[in-house]
Design a protein around this ligand. Structure first.
Ligand code: 5AD
Ligand code: SF4
Length: 459
């Protein structure tokens, strides 16, 4: 590689390498990609090898205790690297940093700077300040603009992209730290997003987008706009093939949005709609603002709007003082909802949230057992669903090839978000990023084996 320096202000930036470690949700992964794109302006390229990095950046997650602990332990490991290479810069971004950046800087002497979730677009200034000689600084200012305005930045070679449409959350579910780490809701305008997506499609070859936000159903409220209106506009972009959106809250899934699942030609055949619990009393204690029945009605209406739609959900077990009966209500919800898959979590107390103040008499062992039992229960539910799909034709995007025991198989992510593996007739053909139709031949609890019946070519 040519050794070309970039000069910014008084500082020369030689080619350097940045190693990112990202924890948590899709929003964090997307933020990492954005930071990487911005850092190319200071001559940084990405490395997968921590040992060869000039800059180590952690993008942290605060949603559950486990994610925090993984971060602390990895940050601890970096101390040895810094001892070997004192020029190494170490920074922390993301949700943990937003709420406890100062404490991190005090506790970890080898951490040079920390910054919060709402200043990632200042990453170049932050890194510049470090190379200008500043150290041990922390920025976590909130963006106070009346509208959220950005341009999507991608660095990958994939026809799929995440597009932020709203940030923050005003819901304050009692267990959740997100409103404290991501601030209040603020939306982009539809016009800006449509222009942004057109550019991604026409100039960067993007074919699938996932509209991203902590609570996308609140999108556009302050501008008298809605996510359904946004989807209608995006539907008109010719070369765009597939639209997904996440994360969704049942409280404000509008009838207009449900209808869009029937009318849109581009909405994916999948929706992830977190319910958290099947018990009305737990939902009230969680301040979810929807009942079990309201949630089930939404699923029914979605399935009426589009009988092909596949649904999945998030569940928390062991919310403070969750009774056996309340837990059983959640199991019964799994029977009724017929989710294709779920992400289940054991409740984790987050300091600063309302639920953290509740005196909890439910033993940890019971919580652990409920989690294991619930996961097993759902696997049985989804096995029956999946066995019933054998023989069906599904469509999806070929993601990658994997060779196991000498057999090459292609991995496909379907519009309905399932994973299907198929063995090519000719192992020489490169199917990567082709759109294909597959017949489902057999199912496991988590994936399918299929046979390609039609290759629609590169997306
Ligand atoms: N404990 C356990 N799970 C949580 N989630 C959010 N906060 C907590 C918590 N304190 C889960 C919810 C949410 C998902 C992203 O993480 O199920 O939908
Ligand atoms: Fe957290 Fe509830 Fe907001 Fe989702 S809707 S981010 S669970 S507070």
């Amino acid at each position: 590689m040519e050794n070309i320096n970039i000069v910014k202000g008084d500082i020369t930036f030689p080619p350097r390498k940045v190693w990112f470690k990202t924890f948590g949700c899709q929003m964090n992964y997307h933020d990492t990609e954005r930071m990487l794109a911005l850092l190319t302006g200071l001559n940084f390229t990405k490395t997968e090898l921590r040992e060869e990095a000039d800059l180590v950046l952690f993008n942290t997650c605060a949603i559950r205790g486990l994610a925090n602990e993984k971060f602390y332990s990895q940050l601890g490991e970096i101390k040895h690297l810094k001892a070997k290479n004192p020029a190494l810069a170490v920074g922390a971004a993301g949700c943990v940093s937003q709420i406890e950046g100062n404490e991190l800087l005090k506790k970890y002497k080898h951490l040079d700077f920390a910054f919060g979730t709402d200043v990632i677009d200042q990453i170049s200034e932050i890194v510049y300040r470090f190379y200008a000689g500043e150290s041990k600084f922390f920025i976590n200012a909130w963006d106070k603009s009346s509208n959220y305005s950005i341009e999507t930045k991608i660095t990958h070679n994939d026809p799929r992209a995440f597009v932020n449409i709203i940030k923050g959350c005003n819901n304050f579910c009692t267990y959740c730290i997100v409103p404290f780490t991501r601030g209040r809701e603020i939306s982009r305008k539809i016009k800006e997003i449509v222009e942004d997506v057109k550019k991604l499609v026409n100039e960067q070859g993007i074919r699938e987008i996932t509209l991203l936000g902590q609570n996308v159903n609140s999108f556009g409220k302050e501008n008298d706009e809605s996510i359904a209106q946004l989807i209608h506009q995006l539907d008109k972009i010719d070369e765009l093939k597939l639209i997904r959106y996440t994360s969704s809250h049942p409280y404000n899934v509008s009838d207009e949005l449900i209808k869009t699942h029937g009318s849109s030609k581009k909405l994916a055949l999948h929706l992830h709609l977190p319910v958290q619990s099947g018990s009305d009393s737990v939902l009230t204690r969680m301040k979810r603002r929807h009942t079990r029945q309201h949630y089930l009605d939404i699923l029914k209406k979605l399935r009426e709007a589009n009988p092909e739609i596949v649904l999945s959900s998030d569940i928390i077990v062991g919310f403070p003082n969750e009774t056996e009966e309340e837990y059983q209500d959640t199991l019964r919800l799994l029977d009724e909802a017929k989710f294709d898959f779920i992400y289940a979590y054991k409740y984790s107390s987050r300091p600063g949230t309302k639920a953290a103040d509740i005196e909890d008499s439910l033993p940890e062992e019971v919580k652990k057992k409920r989690l294991v039992d619930l996961q097993k229960y759902q696997l049985d539910v989804q096995t029956v669903i999946r066995q019933g799909l054998i023989g069906k034709i599904v469509s999806g995007l070929v993601e990658e090839a994997r060779t196991k025991d000498g057999v090459k198989k292609w991995v496909v992510r379907t519009s309905c978000f399932r994973i299907v593996h198929f063995e090519p007739e000719n192992p020489e053909v490169d199917y990567k990023f082709h759109w294909v139709d597959l017949e489902l031949l057999s199912a496991t609890q988590l994936s399918f084996q299929g046979k390609m019946v039609k290759d629609h070519g590169k997306w």
